[in-house]
Write a protein that binds this ligand. Structure first.
Ligand code: SF4
Length: 406
């Protein structure tokens, strides 16, 4: 066979062999190598294998070509890598035509969607919560992956948030104020597991400061309020009206002029931290909605806060008159007047529809979130929030997540 191969080659002949604990090249191999390239043995006469030349099997070749294609398409790829990617793609195309396994990009993991069906079937209602609306608005992919098991265990900050929310509910129901409220918190403090170190004591002090801000807020709003109020609203959300002549990108399943469609059925369901009843307990329809936050970072545009806007929409659909909405920022230092910070100031949530432009931004926001959360694809929407994203290693936008495409 060797003689046949040697004598039939017309242009180029590649002779290879492998060496390991159980295999050695035939003597013909070293003879050919010595006659053609010279040095194949070391000074003790032992056959010296070449430097790693990669996997010389067909499967290995396909793997190396695929790697070259992927590397050449990274944003930071060099000119050489881009050129190699082009050459590798040509060879892969030839191998694909010859039905070599793994050469067809359609068979690459991540190259094809694992499912093509929409998350919610056509015509079926899309169920989301107001906090979903906020999460989807930031990044639909992160929202989805976190819901499907991509969450990390509750952090210390999240555990504190749970304790403070439970305390705010008890404070309202049991009229706990001042020392009684702090006493109730001290009883819960061991659950947070702060270590007996300087840092642990700092964290406990920070938590106590939040309880004081909660107490100060409750003292400032002595009227009746409902807490942990369940809401559910069935909405039919139409696409915004399109000016004549304009032709915007249409949403999935719609014509360009979505208003002509049947509307998108959305079930908006969740729980509101506080509903402050402006006209007393006998008039529960007129209220200000409050969401308690223990984080320190304020929202960039609190007047158009997605979660508050979605709560308001749901309440209005249930017949409430919402006269304001705000986040109570317990994690933030009070202002000069010592008052707990609420955002937006004066609970002045922007009206929707906007009185100047007529744009019903709140309905559009919820509608867009519902569409983003129900289609056949989920968008990775990058931004500042990527810095703390717990699923970045599954995100094609991030370098560490690119393996999902290759
Ligand atoms: S890294 Fe950014 S773009 Fe990617 S999933 Fe996370 S938030 Fe979305």
């Amino acid at each position: 066979m060797l003689v046949a191969a040697l004598t039939r080659a017309t242009r180029r002949l590649l002779v290879t062999a492998s060496v390991d604990a159980e295999h050695a090249p035939s003597t013909f191999f070293t003879e050919i190598a010595e006659r053609t390239t010279g040095l194949v043995r070391d000074e003790e006469g032992v056959v010296r294998p070449a430097q790693d030349v990669g996997d010389l099997t067909l499967r290995g070749l396909v793997g190396e070509l695929r790697q070259a294609v992927v590397l050449g398409h990274l944003p930071q790829a060099t000119q050489l890598q881009r050129r190699r990617a082009g050459q590798a793609a040509l060879i892969l195309a030839r191998l694909q035509r010859a039905h070599v396994p793994g050469a067809d990009p359609a068979t690459w993991a991540g190259g094809q969607a694992s499912a093509t069906a929409p998350l919610v079937g056509p015509g079926r209602p899309i169920r989301i919560s107001p906090s979903d609306v906020e999460a989807i608005t930031d990044c639909p992919l992160r929202w989805f992956l976190q819901r499907k098991g991509g969450s990390t265990p509750a952090s210390a900050a999240q555990s504190l948030g749970i304790v403070i929310h439970a305390l705010a509910e008890r404070a309202q129901r049991e009229e706990l104020r001042g020392p009684a409220l702090m006493e109730a918190f001290e009883a819960e403090l061991p659950r947070l597991g702060y270590p007996p170190t300087w840092l642990g004591r700092q964290e406990a002090e920070r938590a106590r400061a939040m309880v004081e801000r909660l107490d100060s807020y409750l003292a400032a709003v002595p009227g009746p309020a409902q807490v942990e109020v369940p809401i559910q609203a069935d909405l039919l959300l139409h696409a915004p009206t399109v000016p004549a002549g304009a032709c915007p990108a249409s949403a999935p399943g719609e014509g360009a002029h979505g208003k002509q469609g049947p509307g998108l059925p959305v079930i908006l369901a969740g729980r509101i931290d506080r509903l402050e009843l402006i006209d007393g307990p006998d008039e529960p329809r007129k209220a200000r909605l409050i969401d308690i936050k223990t984080g320190r970072t304020p929202h960039a545009d609190p007047e158009h806060h997605p979660q508050l806007a979605a709560y308001r929409l749901a309440l209005e659909a249930q017949g409430h008159e919402v006269i304001g909405g705000a986040l109570v920022l317990l994690g933030k230092e009070p202002g000069r007047d010592g008052a707990t910070i609420i955002s937006p100031k004066g609970a002045a949530l922007a009206p929707s529809p906007d009185p100047d432009t007529g744009q019903d931004w709140a309905r559009e926001l919820v509608r867009t979130a519902a569409l983003d959360a129900s289609g056949t694809a989920l968008q990775a929407r990058s931004g500042k929030h990527c810095r703390t994203c717990p699923v970045a290693d599954s995100c094609p936008v991030q370098p560490e997540g690119r393996r999902v495409l290759a």
